[in-house]
Design a protein around this ligand. Structure first.
Ligand code: PLP
Length: 524
């Protein structure tokens, strides 16, 4: 044996021999199962000072490879004390970030296959499974057919790659909702610029004052800038006011600006407010028509018959709430989506699929690929040139992409739509239960409408008392909640609330009752 072969036999070049990998892998699967089965007993937030892990880790990487056992020991000794347990059933902060055994297996298989699927040619399975699974999921949440790929592959590929007219529809898996809104914004900018309507005025983006900060961030990245974002006022339920949107857009157009995208939120982060998507799209369309009257231009070229709002792109951000649409009784959330250009929600929030998995659909896929396509010589290939395939590199900002569809496929097959609906319904029931408990205690109020399993509460005693209760409850380690500040009441004064976001995979009734006990005791 040469020294290289000896090294290889010992697993040197692969980090481990296959035998060692099997042993370590089985051990790690056991560890994960034990962790998830026992996560309930752990403090949700670690009690560590900032820097404790950083300072405990050596300053230099090891020169010589270490034994797996030693690395694994350090997971317990070093890493775990600083872990926040998002999979704890007592985690009610931010929004949930579900995982499940089938999804973890999908992630593992994706890592094992080690594919980078930016072109169809890179590995047909990654693209075609994603197309099919995105159609499954789109149908499962009740999206209109225009957002889906055609049923036959040849037609699906032709629809989204052909040259003339607006593109057909389809779905893609992004990493996050932030990437989804950025992608929509880039496509929107392209469409407005391709249309040429409205001259050279500053491109402008609209969302409610309650929209997620990712809209403003996307505008900053896309070159629109913070100053190009208009945050529209909200009504008593904290939903965007379509009349104010229309007025603002018209005033902007009259001042020479060019509206390019409106982001409607279905389930805002702070309180779960639902913007009226149809009314928002129609307001945007009316305002956009006024721009064409001013400029004397006709319809915006390339903005297809069904396209959002007369060339202004309407994006629907349903990052959390979209998952609930697997249940027909929650599909009202999608009212008006047929007037939008794109729709996004995160299965990694509340649909049992571990981070990252953000589902994005558009009815105008060609606007995406036209705005994001680059074609250097080293990426050219026959299938792409013949327009026989979907190349997902053209549907996202990065080139490289993971095999995320596997975990979604595993989840959808293992749970079935029935299982997904049961998951959502149980948490909505628990949201109702929590709301009832809070309403039954005169020290508390529920100042904004509950959406599904997201409930906001506050102390009638005021902001300070509310902040104190949040602090105490989180410090106990027996639950995790996050706060926000939102305009409440007739005067719309900013008030502090505690968000109780129920939806962790393992959260059951006893955890929700315990969460209420915790907040209630903290208020004493
Ligand atoms: N939109 C809404 C309504 C959200 O609540 C969130 C995060 O919670 C986001 C967007 C951003 O999500 P992501 O972390 O996937 O970018």
């Amino acid at each position: 044996m040469t020294s290289g072969e000896e090294r290889e036999a010992a697993g040197g070049l692969h980090g481990m021999s296959a035998e060692e990998f099997r042993r370590a892998g089985h051990g790690l699967i056991d560890w994960i199962a034990e962790y998830l089965e026992g996560v309930e007993g752990r403090r949700v937030m670690p009690e560590v000072r900032p820097g404790s892990l950083y300072d405990a880790l050596p300053g230099e990487a090891p020169e010589r490879g270490e034994a797996w056992e030693s690395i694994a020991r350090d997971v317990d000794a070093l890493i775990m004390p600083s872990v926040t347990h998002w999979q704890s059933p007592d985690f009610h902060g931010f929004f949930p970030c579900n995982n499940s055994y089938p999804s973890v297996l999908g992630e593992l298989l994706s890592a094992g296959l080690g594919i980078n699927g930016f072109l169809w040619q890179c590995s047909p399975a990654i693209t075609e499974l994603e197309m099919r699974v995105m159609n499954w999921l789109g149908k499962a949440v009740g999206l209109p057919g225009e957002f889906l790929f055609a049923e036959r592959h040849a037609e699906a590929a032709a629809c989204v790659t052909r040259e003339a007219g607006a593109g057909g529809g389809g779905g893609v898996i992004h990493g996050t909702a932030s990437e989804a809104v950025l992608t929509a914004m880039v496509a929107a900018r392209h469409r407005v610029e391709r249309g040429g309507a409205g001259g050279e005025g500053a491109l402008t983006v609209y969302a409610s004052s309650q929209a997620h900060s990712s809209v403003t961030k996307a505008a900053m990245v896309a070159g629109v800038g913070r100053e190009g974002v208009r945050l529209i006022g909200v009504d008593g339920s904290l939903a965007m006011r379509a009349d104010e949107l229309e007025r603002t857009m018209r005033a902007d157009i009259a001042a020479g600006r060019r509206p390019m995208l409106v982001c409607a939120t279905v389930g805002t982060t702070s309180t779960g407010a639902v913007d009226p998507v149809g009314a928002v799209a129609r307001a945007a369309r009316r305002a956009a028509a006024s721009a064409r009257e001013i400029s004397g231009a006709g319809a915006v070229p390339g903005a297809g018959a069904g396209a959002g709002a007369g060339g202004v792109w309407v994006h629907v951000d349903a990052a959390f709430a979209g998952a609930a649409c697997v249940c027909p009784e929650h599909r009202w959330l999608l009212e008006g989506v047929e007037e939008a250009d794109s729709f996004n929600f995160n299965p990694h929030k509340w649909l049992l699929t571990n981070f990252d998995c953000s589902a994005f659909w558009t009815r105008d896929a060609r606007a995406l690929s036209e705005s994001l396509s680059i074609n250097p010589e080293y990426l050219r290939n026959k299938a792409s040139e013949a327009r026989e395939v979907v190349d997902y590199r053209d549907w996202q900002v990065p080139l490289g992409r993971r095999f995320r569809a596997l975990k979604l496929w595993f989840v959808m097959r293992r749970f079935g739509l029935e299982g997904l609906r049961a998951h959502v319904r149980e948490h909505v029931r628990l949201g109702e239960l929590f709301e009832g408990l809070a309403r039954g205690d005169e020290r508390f109020e529920v100042p904004t409408p509950r959406l599904l399993s997201l409930v906001c509460v506050r102390l009638r005693a005021g902001d300070e008392a509310t902040a104190r209760v949040l602090e105490r409850a989180n410090a106990s380690g027996r639950g995790l909640f996050t706060g926000s500040v939102v305009p409440i009441g007739a005067g719309g004064e900013n008030r502090r609330v505690i968000r109780v976001a129920i939806g962790a995979t393992r959260t059951r009734e006893r955890h929700v009752r315990a969460a209420w006990e915790l907040l209630s005791k903290a208020a004493e």
